[in-house]
Design a protein around this ligand. Sequence first.
Ligand SMILES: Cc1cc2nc3c(=O)[nH]c(=O)nc-3n(C[C@H](O)[C@H](O)[C@H](O)COP(=O)(O)OP(=O)(O)OC[C@H]3O[C@@H](n4cnc5c(N)ncnc54)[C@H](O)[C@@H]3O)c2cc1C
Length: 370
Amino acid sequence: MIISYDYDLSGWNTFGMKVSCGCFVEYGSAEELAVQWNAIRSGDDFPRPFLHIGRGSNLLFTRDFPGTVFHSDIRFIRPLTDVHPAAGQDSAEVLVEVGAGVIWDDFCRWCSENALWGPENLSGIPGETGAAAVQNIGAYGVEIKDIIRKVTCFDCVTGNSTGFRTSECRYGYRESIFKTSAKGRYVVTSVVFALSSEDKPRLEYGHVRNAVEQALSENGSAPCCGKVGSGHAMTPGLVRDVILSIRDSKLPDPDVVGSAGSFFKNPVIPRSDYERIASIARIEYGQEYEVPHFDAGSGFIKVPAAWLIDRCGWKGYREGNAGVWERQPLVIVNATGEASPREILDLESKIRLSVLEKFGVELQPEVEHI
Ligand SMILES: Cc1cc2nc3c(=O)[nH]c(=O)nc-3n(C[C@H](O)[C@H](O)[C@H](O)COP(=O)(O)OP(=O)(O)OC[C@H]3O[C@@H](n4cnc5c(N)ncnc54)[C@H](O)[C@@H]3O)c2cc1C
């Protein structure tokens, strides 16, 4: 276990906020955490409050954190069943357990290298596997809950290890029990994924199918119309490459420009509110204009926050060291690398106010403010 005091967190948040914490604790295994937990919990050596982080890619540190920050260095990728089931074997399902500290995209790459389907649409999402299960990360029509079989946690109240089946995690849009009713109680130590050795591409979202077809034709294979994958060079690796290149064209690389990805959640609003927004849009952009939207069920409509922000004129905006990403207005950036938490918070407030004034919609941050 590594324990450091007055620790610099600049490298532990993708926004690049120059903040520190009172104490930083990194443990290498679930057993180590369990053995040390009583001493940590009862000792005066560890300032309060406690916070567990991954790579800080969904966090905005608004100031120095006075307490103790925990980080998992549990790194293993352990197949629990045959990675290459023999032809004729009953099931193509492959179960793999992954340590919470494994970089999520390293696991996605491992799956591609082993021709296993499951996480390819989630390639390139920053952060670690434990946090990914907490966040229910999602992209391009897939959420991590779709491939999770079990989440193993350390229970900070009982000091024991405990397992959650997927249904027990109460997953929703970027939500789970670990972020809501049980927040702070459980530390994810590993996640079991159910993958498939049989073709299972999910290409229905946006332009993914077109992009994959183009990549296939450039590779000299026939396009993947109809029964996708059969007879073509359709691999998880190919889908992964396509997803990575779509992401590269839209999102800032956190190693180059600081951000925490999508800053706001897509609002889910009553249909009557959507109709009001649609009529504002028709007046401004013409009678044929259709506001992008998705049916969220039960009379509710999901409207892309990016559209609302864009229509308020924020794309590419700069104020001091903070800004809005020119290719994706949902992303607030540390444009110079020198932005203070105050600058990011001020810009966040201005964006929220303008969307509220123009469309009557209150945006909620997706990024957790610490
Ligand atoms: C450029 C960019 C693009 C992004 N794109 C996407 C995207 O497409 N889809 C998407 O869903 N997200 C996206 N994100 C957001 C972010 O990558 C995810 O939310 C990610 O899962 C956060 O992982 P992390 O390791 O950085 O966790 P952190 O940000 O450090 O923590 C996130 C939460 O998990 C908790 N936590 C961390 N580890 C553990 C653990 N072991 N046990 C219990 N709790 C824990 C923390 O307390 C915190 O509440 C993007 C971010 C960036 C910067």
